[in-house]
Design a protein around this ligand. Sequence first.
Ligand code: NAD
Length: 379
Amino acid sequence: MSKIKLGILGGGEDSLIGILHRVAASMFDRYEIVGGVFDIEHARSLSFGEKLQLDSKRIYRDLDHLIKEEAQLPENERMQVISVLTPNFLHFPMAKQLLENGYNVICEKPLTTTYEEAKILQKTQEKSGSIFGVTYTYTGYPMVRQMKTMISNGEIGEIQKVDVQYYQGWINPLIHDKEKRSNTWRLDPEKSGISCCIGDIGTHAFNMAEYVTGMRISSILADLNYLYEDNPMDIDGTVLLRFSEKVKGVIRASQIATGEENNFTVKIYGNKGALKWEQENPNYLYLLKEDQPLQVLKPGHSYNSDFSLEGTKLPPGHPEGIFDSMGNIYLGIANAIEKNTKFEGAFPPLAEGLRGMSFIEKTVASHKKGNVWIKMNDK
Ligand code: NAD
């Protein structure tokens, strides 16, 4: 079987996320990176493409050139899927143009900068019939997938409480200095969208809460922190969640939790047990029961589900991490492109990105209306 031809937009040499996608794409030998527009500066894009040993003719000046020139190539050489790894405000126009030209798309989160844009993208995808994955990276970890399976098998009983925390501290050194804080696109609403903390990391927490429980959040109440009056973007927030009248929870997200690195912790409590997982120690899944000692489940063992085991490449005791997690999402998308999907939940579809945009907008609205309960959109 020939490899799927992959193009990349953004993710240049200096970017945070580019390396994660390039390694993930190579992991199961299913993709071949053939070109793209890696950087806003064409010269930098070209020299990076050379380093990757790509054909310089396929390092394009911009997306318009890519679409025009790829269409001139023989069909079996053209890009089949394109990853969008640019800052947030470019996701919508780029992904829409790609769908309109028949490409499958892998897009970073948040899907767009508004819910309206995300709805348009969904309609465009329905028309095109293309595969569309949104890279909520953490859903690819084997022990997250194990957690999802165990909850759906009823191993912790009826869910009673959901607590998802995502704490980082990296904005703390920037936020107190006006000049420094104007130098990051994440704090610029034109480039980032209406929210920083909730849009950047709260959206991972929201997606995870729904992914592992298999339940939908019906309403939310948010209290955000902007710290300075002239800062238009939240950098910390707490969001109360209602899945139903009896199932409630909380998302705690912060980028000013000083000293925290990428402390993403998921705790799901049922009436028969609980499961806890921490992104910084992703190979341990903790199972808590009222009358039993704490159990620690680890990847690669036969007691794990087939879904969890599909994404584990080495025997137990060989730690795998975030590259592998993204690799599993790329694997799920490759299987979907080749019409060979094996597991539900193998990659986050566009609909999850749409839910994420609803969450971001409702959260900001709840805070701005004076911390009130707001219903989520149905989709
Ligand atoms: P970054 O600022 O580090 O890199 C952005 C890259 O895009 C740069 O190489 C830049 O030159 C390039 N670029 C900008 N405009 C471009 C254009 N018009 N055409 C082509 N390239 C262009 O940003 P980042 O931290 O890598 O974030 C990129 C995206 O990835 C964001 O949407 C962010 O939310 C997302 N992200 C996701 C995760 C995750 O866990 N899934 C983690 C980090 C970032």
